[in-house]
Design a binder for this molecule. Sequence first.
Ligand SMILES: NC(=O)c1ccc[n+]([C@@H]2O[C@H](COP(=O)([O-])OP(=O)(O)OC[C@H]3O[C@@H](n4cnc5c(N)ncnc54)[C@H](O)[C@@H]3O)[C@@H](O)[C@H]2O)c1
Length: 332
Amino acid sequence: MTRFASDAFAGKRALITGGLGFLGSNLAIRLVELGAQVTIMDCMLPDHGANLFNIEPVKDRVKVTFTDIRDANLMGYLVRDQDYLFHLAGQVDHIVSLTDPYPDIDINIRGTATVMEACRHHNPTVKVIYTGTRGEYGAQPHLPVDEDAPMMPKALLDISNLTAEQIIFMYHRVHHISSMVLRLTNIYGPRAQMQHPRYGVVNWFVRLAIDNDEIKVFGDGTILRDFLYVDDCIDAMLMAALCDAAYGNVFNLATGIPCSFRELVETLIAVSGSGRWTFAPFSPERAAQEPGDFYANIDKIRRVIGWEPRTALRDGLAQTTAYYRAHKSRYW
Ligand SMILES: NC(=O)c1ccc[n+]([C@@H]2O[C@H](COP(=O)([O-])OP(=O)(O)OC[C@H]3O[C@@H](n4cnc5c(N)ncnc54)[C@H](O)[C@@H]3O)[C@@H](O)[C@H]2O)c1
């Protein structure tokens, strides 16, 4: 059930960068169902989430352009006449980030600057919604983490997202382009990349459970995370976009409910009826980037936007497992 006026997006134009990926495609489907005119741009970055099957339910009702956000001419052309710009394109692979610094810098930082320059020159009244990450906080001594916590990103990927966020707020303040940032926790659900475990841990565990493989839980399984189901995440993005008071602000987008990796895998195996799990030592790459426990304070998004999560972990995992069981050949 929709949590805002059902015609709020009717006839509105929305551009989604990274729209063939996990979050972008789920968002595109919802916007089309709400009557919006959606344009997806995606450069099909290798080993990322772009998958044409993701938009199967709306494939005849969206425009898709295979474009890179770093192409200033095309970006300028595409942003014209848009009401909303959901900027979701990014380099999100943690291991790439460790081994090669330049994709983070080039796509997440320079790419975001290109997106915002296109807005400034070609459509300064567009409303921009950017998805940052909980990784921007790094290791935090106090939990739950609120938006005013000191920013201590560990990995270059998180530094690049934080930099992108600050570029966006600079355009908001200096060039008056209405913009907001949602700092996302770990999101799981249908339409994610399922090819490799380099990002998207919950979805990767779902694949292992479906294949009745062994799930390796790093460390002793007590590390806490905050796992949010994708439909709740998309609800929040839409509600935020419609909320005038949200622009100029940053919000945690999470459940606020801590969950250990052990609880996650035990719930997943119970829900899916398959899979096994064991403890495993951290790989050096994982250890280098592991920020420790995280769960978010979501008071601000509740108060300003009126959103809160609705999907219990067990239900979200059941829906995720059912989707990939039905469409496994499209994902791995
Ligand atoms: N999924 C999560 O748990 C999560 C958590 C925190 C933040 N985020 C953020 O949300 C955004 C979307 O993530 P996702 O999970 O959907 O990832 P994804 O890999 O499924 O989607 C990213 C999409 O961006 C596209 N892309 C990458 N570089 C591009 C470029 N230069 N030009 C055009 N398209 C490009 C890719 O081809 C891909 O389709 C990212 O910015 C990510 O940092 C996601």
